[in-house]
Design a protein around this ligand. Structure first.
Ligand code: ZN
Length: 285
């Protein structure tokens, strides 16, 4: 069995600011600091390595790492565990789940994950971008942990590990169950503050958790999106919903909200990504 690690950055130990996670050429006009970003990407890489070590120690045949943050060029290649292969760069059809379609992937691990948009006391909580206020599956709010689980589920792969802030771990387990081993590396105090473990301690817990997550994979269930489930995307502004509603199959379900009904997780991936691209407009044309 192989493991796919989807490596995000906001949930990394020590990270509490967009400054930590924005590369120098950051697209959103966020402030960036090469020194702070550089340290955070080292810690991100170390947490991924800890997960790889745990997975291999528990008998995984191979670990593939998919850089899943921003431009997806954050992991430091020469500092990654030598036994892994890694995916970097954008655009990728499966985005944060790229690699889940490879042969013999038996489990997905989430590292550096964060809570969904709007969550209080959760560092850098958001969903996909800054302009998506909520994502609902049949009326139930979810975040990146749910979006990505639906894509992995299409390929029959369960999620069995998450590390990040306390709210990210709780939300992931609430949706996907206790088959997901959760490692809390920080407790959020606000959107931009947290009480952290020492990074070395966080990595030790990730290593141990990843071992258990490989063992859990045998009996874990993939998350299967109900065929025809109502997916709703609620934006921060009605103009974004105007544009996203142009997508074939989309309908307007609220002032700032569109809905669509994909038949499976792969169609969901395409429609979600397309609606997000359409909604990425300048707000004053
Ligand atoms: Zn991210």
């Amino acid at each position: 069995m192989k493991v796919l690690i989807s490596a995000d950055m906001e949930g990394t130990c020590g990270v509490v600011s967009w400054v930590h996670v924005t590369p120098p050429e950051g697209a959103n006009g966020e402030p960036s600091n090469p020194v702070e970003y550089g340290r955070a990407r080292q810690r991100m890489t170390s947490e991924v390595n800890a997960a790889i070590e745990g997975a291999l120690a528990a008998g995984a045949d191979e670990v593939i790492v998919n850089d899943s943050h921003d431009g997806m060029r954050n992991l430091i290649p020469e500092e990654l565990h030598p036994a892994c292969r890694f995916i970097s760069g954008n655009d990728k059809l499966l985005g944060m789940m790229q690699g889940v379609d490879l042969n013999d992937i038996g489990a997905v691990f989430y590292t550096g994950y964060h809570a969904r948009a709007g969550t209080p006391a959760a560092p850098l909580a958001h969903t996909w971008t800054g302009f998506l206020n909520d994502v609902r599956f049949d009326g139930v709010s979810t975040g990146e942990y749910g979006i990505n689980a639906a894509v992995a589920g299409y390929f029959g792969v369960p999620v069995t590990f998450v590390c990040g802030d306390a709210k990210a771990v709780a939300q992931t387990q609430e949706m996907l169950g206790k088959q997901v081993v959760g490692v809390v590396v920080k407790e959020g105090l606000s959107t931009f503050a947290a009480l952290h473990l020492h990074p070395a301690k966080a990595q030790e817990l990730i290593r141990e958790g990843a071992k258990q997550a490989v063992l859990n994979a045998k009996d874990a269930k993939p998350y299967t999106l109900r065929p025809g489930a109502l997916i709703e995307l609620e934006y921060d502004h009605q103009a974004r919903a105007d544009q996203a509603a142009l997508m074939p199959g989309a309908e307007r379900t609220g002032w700032r909200t569109i809905g669509f009904r994909p038949q499976d997780g792969l169609e969901f991936n395409r429609m979600f990504r397309a609606a997000m691209k359409l909604a990425s407009i300048r707000m004053s044309p």
